[in-house]
Design a protein around this ligand. Structure first.
Ligand SMILES: [Cu+2]
Length: 166
């Protein structure tokens, strides 16, 4: 009789210990998640991506077929959020190629038609008559090259400069 009570008390004790350990593990996971995810979330999803946005529009070529970017000198400020609106009003496709500028920026997203793209962007191809919106935050100051990589276009003058001021 006595034995039974002791063993059931022991069982209860172990069971209690196991529950406590599970709770500790769950708490540890929650704390880790909070420590890792919450600052990242607030830094990116909450703060940066909700900053007021400045719109900058660039035309790739013109309706009359000029091979130029309008404007071809772009200026940004490091740490500010921009919506770069790219329009191709011409009859042919053009590229907005600015790899080092893209590397010097944090891309929030690219909206093109019904598609939203997230992640690293180096080059955007715009078909005749199309529009894309590139939401980004320049982070590294410097002057970067812009060009259209369609054969012959850069040589014809479809180049530009993008400056990121500190
Ligand atoms: Cu072009």
């Amino acid at each position: 009789m006595m034995r039974k009570t002791v063993s059931s008390q022991l069982r209860l004790y172990y069971c209690h210990q196991q529950i406590q350990r599970s709770i500790e593990i769950v708490l540890a996971i929650i704390l880790c998640w909070g420590a890792i995810c919450l600052p990242a979330r607030s830094a990116f999803a909450n703060d940066l991506s909700r900053q007021p946005v400045t719109e900058v529009t660039v035309n790739l070529g013109s309706e009359t077929g000029e091979l130029k970017f309008f404007p071809n000198n772009l200026e940004f400020e490091s740490g500010k959020r921009y919506k770069l609106i790219l329009k191709n009003p011409s009859q042919q496709k053009h590229y907005f190629t600015a790899k080092s500028f893209a590397d010097a920026s944090w891309t929030q997203k690219v909206d093109a038609g019904n598609v939203e793209i997230k992640g690293a962007i180096h080059e955007l191809e715009l078909r005749a008559g199309s529009t894309a919106q590139w939401v980004l935050i320049p982070v590294k100051s410097g002057t970067y090259n812009l060009r259209c990589t369609v054969a012959g276009h850069a040589e014809a003058g479809m180049v530009g400069k993008i400056a990121i001021a500190p």
